[in-house]
Ligand binder design. Sequence first.
Ligand code: ZN
Length: 254
Amino acid sequence: MAELLIEPIEAFSDNYIWLLSRAGRAFVVDPGDADPVLARLEKDSLELLGILITHHHFDHIGGVEQLVEKTGCQVWGPNNSKMPFITNVVAEGDSVTVLERQFSVMEIPGHTLDHIAYVGEGAVFCGDTLFAGGCGRVFEGTLPMMRQSLARLRDLPAETRVYCAHEYTLANFAFAQTVAPEDLAILSRSKECEQLRAQGLPTVPTSIDKERLSNPFMRWDDPAIVEALVKHGRDIPAQEDSVFAELRQWKDTF
Ligand SMILES: [Zn+2]
């Protein structure tokens, strides 16, 4: 069986719509805009069979209705009355067949309450929860909820490729370097990503392993990050949730 290809389709200023394709058939994840998807389907002569949605924000769903109208494809996503176009509502532990491969659904609330990830084929599609070098803002959930969700992602196998929905990497590492200017993992990853962007290349997918090492939002239990926060005069009770909360709140105003 031919390999499942996963490629980004760029949308808006910094969104990635992930295109999964094999043998002329395709799925997309979080199509905020239909036009770049339709253009790509036509260019590569692909038939769109399905759409996977991670959460209800407009820059992730804005293109769904037009794509369904044009292709008649099905739509998987979380239960949310804001998304009446979903034909297959999924929740924790459900399995989704994507081009004959199995993906399982993981609930990762925090950025929004309905946020889910799709995990399979050594990959995770995690929308706006985990980014390269950062994490999503906490709009609907609580900070401890978001940390729990990131903890579940962190527990995935180290080599899991992380397909997030935005190219926020350089801004994330600018913050990470402010938090921990002498951290070698952050420094070298930051350089690597700057070089990719200078060549016009995406910095994603990243991997769980890379994020465990260099993403401060995945290092709430790392003494080096706690120490860095203390050095900046941030107030840190010795608790994982408060370390994460301190980082997230700082980034919100960075
Ligand atoms: Zn979002």
